[in-house]
Design a protein around this ligand. Sequence first.
Ligand SMILES: [Zn+2]
Length: 199
Amino acid sequence: MPKRRRKPRNADASDASGEDNVVLRETLPLQLRYYGDPVLRKKAEPITEITEAELQIAEQMLETLYTTGTGIGLAATQVGILKRLIIVDIGEDDDEEYEPLALFNPEILSFEGEIVAEEGCLSIPDVTADVKRPEQIVVEGINVQREPIRIEADGLLARVLQHEIDHLNGILFIDRINGLKRRLLSDELLRVQQAQRPS
Ligand SMILES: [Zn+2]
């Protein structure tokens, strides 16, 4: 999920916010998949064992996220890998600095409240819409240390986590807006679908 007001940040491991949650090695970015690609509609499979290969994918996903300059989250589905893995790096929100996070088999345990905010998606470039979602959530998953973790999230973090977990279930943010607004976006969606993306 991209966020407009975020400054581009580089993927340099010496970046101040502490990358110890995901250790960046020399990795190559992966190919982003775009709206119209059937993989985005598939349900990702749970990860039964976190091996070096899964950790490597998490690193490559983070690298891929940073190449976008604006992205704050990415689901494995968006790089054509149907495994339940998301990465999130929102940087700063509400004067709080957040570390990059990789979450295997993320699951939302509870929801609370409701809030509308603008969303976009790296797989649907240049399309944004207001989306109503629960305001606060509790998420469980496994981190890169292979430890179960529980996150109580609100604000931007809650939104991006929900957006990325949706991807693992083949759901896009445009599915969560009402019919009229969606129809208004149909021309833009068609444009994305027909665009020739560089490989
Ligand atoms: Zn997205």
